[in-house]
Ligand binder design. Structure first.
Ligand code: PLP
Length: 364
């Protein structure tokens, strides 16, 4: 098989998705499956839908268009505020978009009207992480304006925490979102359909057994694909953490000293040279580099250690294992490495043939 490649085990992705869908259903919460880290892969989209997600979401219109072209018919949400320059494409291919700017919502309305469509709006609320969101005091005004626009349906509210500043979803900020939903309903005499509480970082809160209030949707990407929650990067009980792995090929294997020699200046990426001298080690070079991966986000197999990376080379200490040219090494990835790797044209995306993965029954 060609390398480097991402090996995507659809059975494990399905197991992760189904497990989360079932656990959250017990809490009255449905799952929007987020496909952005898969570049809108139709195979993965299909698996998420089989696992029972209520719809799909992506931050990029290009990915949504790719899924539509491949025949994915599910409800589709654009989870990043549309660019004004892409509003036509959004109205054509997307059912609902997340919004924070009235200028964008007005443009969505006029384009939807011109093309005889209706477009759904979820208003994102700022609850402290300082990424996207309308300040809570301004939400009712924005709802009021949105309700007055033709060919626009106000679907609900949402928030996004943890991604920029690491603000944790908790009982307090989730209660604030619930209260806002209630206030909008009583002010405008309507029923809010979607209250989208956040992303994979909401899972510790959602599964802790606390009151989930009005929150009835979470948008999950990382936890489904990598089996981890992003706040503390801990594996989630009962999920596979190796549903997607990275395989790279050895192009050099030699015993070399740990310390470089000669006059030392900056390297290409302004990193200091290694500090400790451990004598001769099994230095192995893999044909993958910063163009393809975030080296700080990949994890070598037990007994091996990543020493450094340049644009095209990943250098590891292969420990007691003496590797041969042509051997392959399998790495675990975090989300940032996964996203980068998915977008590299040099990395093959290998969807592994399905083997029915036995259902694992785990408490909690
Ligand atoms: C990426 C993203 C998500 C999914 O986040 P995960 O941590 O991958 O679950 C949810 N909502 C928004 C707005 C996003 O940008």
């Amino acid at each position: 098989m060609s390398a480097p490649r991402l090996e995507i085990n659809l059975g494990k992705v399905r197991h992760n998705a189904r497990t989360l869908v079932e656990r959250l259903a017990d809490r009255g919460i449905s799952v929007t499956g987020i496909t952005k880290a898969t570049l809108g892969s139709p195979e993965i989209a299909g698996v998420l839908l089989q696992a029972g997600v209520s719809g799909l979401g992506d931050s990029r219109i290009e990915n949504i268009e790719a899924m539509r072209r491949a025949g994915v018919l599910a409800p589709m949400t654009l989870i990043r505020s549309p660019m004004l320059s892409q509003v036509e494409r959004v109205v054509t291919h997307v059912d609902i978009s997340f919004n924070t700017e009235l200028d964008v919502i007005r443009r969505l309305s006029s384009v939807a009207r011109a093309s005889g469509r209706t477009h759904g709006i979820v208003l994102m609320v700022e609850l402290g992480d300082l990424r996207e969101g309308i300040m809570p005091d301004d939400v009712e005004h924005t709802v009021c304006e949105t309700l007055g626009l033709p060919n626009i349906t106000f679907k609900g509210i949402g928030t996004n925490l943890a991604c920029r500043s690491g603000v944790s979803p908790d009982a307090r900020n989730m209660a604030e979102l619930s209260a806002l939903a209630g206030a909008i309903e009583s002010t405008f005499g309507l029923t809010i359909e979607i209250v989208s509480g956040g992303n994979s970082a909401n899972l510790p809160w959602a599964l802790s057994g606390v009151e989930t209030g009005r929150i009835n949707d979470l948008r999950l990407g990382e936890s489904i694909l990598l089996g981890c929650e992003p706040l503390h990067r801990q594996p989630i009980n009962g999920l596979h953490t190796d549903a997607i792995t990275l395989v790279a090929e050895v192009i050099e294997s030699k015993v070399k000293p740990t310390q470089p020699w000669g006059e030392i200046a900056q390297n290409a990426f302004r990193e200091p040279p290694p500090s400790s001298d451990r004598g001769g080690i099994s230095q192995t070079i893999l044909a993958i580099g910063r163009q393809d991966i975030d080296p700080s986000g990949v994890q070598a197999p037990p007994g091996m250690e990543i020493l450094g990376a340049s644009s095209d080379h990943l250098i590891i200490d292969s420990g007691h294992e003496r590797m041969n040219v042509g051997d392959e090494v399998t790495f675990q990835l975090n989300y940032s490495a996964l996203v980068r790797t998915m977008t590299s044209p040099f990395v093959v995306k290998a969807v592994m043939p399905e083997r029915r993965v036995p259902r694992v029954v785990v408490a909690g």
